[in-house]
Design a protein around this ligand. Structure first.
Ligand code: KG4
Length: 351
């Protein structure tokens, strides 16, 4: 069977639809929501409304770009969680309606599962080398920070996760403290290029195992800035590139320290990254340097596939289709949805 699958992603503030035919992504359309910028963060109610407005045009575009008719679709897949409940609800409801109306199969995809498989995205023109199992994935986004060991397409385990803020939140909250627009991660990355990463030192937590914590670091940045601004009200403006470079350097060091430990303990030889923060230039070069030094093959998908997108949902759906793991009309969006729960449920799901 060479399945043709329509995939939908609406977990946060990007409405995306993709079509995959026999494992090759034929289209990937994304409508990003700019409305949240003025509020300094994603406003859930506005996100749901925008998904509702964007959904049909985005799906239509994805089908047109792929040159596929509705009658060609064998299955419709969607992100069921984790994410914003109202946003997920729009995608899940659309997928159920589509499956019911067109008599095709339904596939539920966990957003984290899809991020891990982003390095398997292949299109007509983009055919990168693929990681071999078992491989490690550092998943770093605005809502999640996890170290995941992938044993197979549909079998993965979480070795470590953040106990408080995600890495993207740490970037965004530090950026907000410095008066940078939302989302702040890309702004810090850009300004860091002209700064000195050793200019300022911030607290790094000591957490056991492979887990992360970013809230203490964020507080240390806050207290540091408050102290310096009391002495010089223009401190941030006068030191912005150095502040960004030092903050980025500290976050990347924290991420790399646990990642290196996990890679070395498990002996994996293939390493990939996913999530919005995977676009960070400092993190990408740290992973590449680590791979070169320890002969570990690294796979760094381009940012369009590491941020939220339906192409990665389509790839995960393809491998679930091949394993005959289908959902049904009882599927519900889940704001919280761990990979353990997901892989456990999928194995037992009635068709
Ligand atoms: O995966 P993603 O697109 O959305 C979800 O979290 O679902 O990740 C968004 C996060 C934001 O926190 C944003 O600031 C961060 O990714 N980000 C970056 C960069 N590009 C995006 N952080 C640091 N450096 C970047 N270049």
């Amino acid at each position: 069977m060479n399945p043709t699958i329509l995939a939908i992603e609406t977990s946060c503030d990007d409405t995306s639809a993709a079509v995959i035919c026999n494992g090759i992504v034929k289209s990937n359309c994304i409508a990003s929501q700019k409305i949240h910028e003025q509020y300094g963060g994603v406003v859930p109610e506005l996100a749901s409304r925008s998904h509702q407005q964007n959904m049909v045009p985005v799906v239509h575009q994805a089908l047109c770009d792929a040159g596929v008719a509705v009658s060609d679709i064998d299955a419709v897949a969607c992100t069921v969680g984790p994410g914003l409940l109202g946003s997920l609800l729009v995608g899940v409801s659309f997928a159920k309606g589509f499956a019911l109306a067109h008599g095709c199969k339904l596939i539920e995809v966990n957003h984290l599962h899809a991020h891990v498989l982003a390095s398997f995205i292949e299109t007509g023109t983009y055919k990168p080398p693929k990681p071999q199992f078992p491989f490690m994935c550092l998943l770093v986004s605005g809502g999640n920070t996890q170290i995941i060991l992938a044993h197979d397409y549909n079998r993965m385990e979480i070795l470590g996760a953040t106990i408080d803020d995600a890495a993207g939140e740490a970037f965004d909250k530090c950026a907000k403290l410095m008066g940078l627009p939302y989302p702040g991660g890309p702004h810090i990355d850009r300004l860091a290029q002209q700064g000195n990463a050793q200019a300022f030192a911030f607290n790094k937590p000591h957490i056991a195992g492979y887990d992360y914590s970013f809230s203490g670091f964020k507080t240390s940045v806050l207290y540091f800035l408050q102290k310096e601004i009391a002495k010089n009200p223009d401190f941030i403006q006068e030191n912005l590139p150095d502040l960004c470079a030092s903050i980025q350097h500290t976050i990347v060091e924290m991420l790399m320290q646990k990642l290196k430990k996990a890679v070395q303990a498990t002996g994996v030889k293939h390493l990939t990254i996913g999530g919005g923060v995977a676009a960070n230039s400092g993190l990408r070069s740290a992973i590449q340097t680590f791979g070169e030094k320890h002969t570990i093959a690294t796979y760094l998908p381009p940012p369009v596939y590491t941020t939220d997108n339906a192409a990665m949902i389509a790839v995960a759906a393809h491998y679930k289709f091949m394993d005959k793991q289908f959902g049904n009309l009882n599927m519900k969006p889940k704001a919280r949805y761990s990979l353990e729960e997901y892989f456990g449920e999928c194995a037992n799901m009635p068709i």
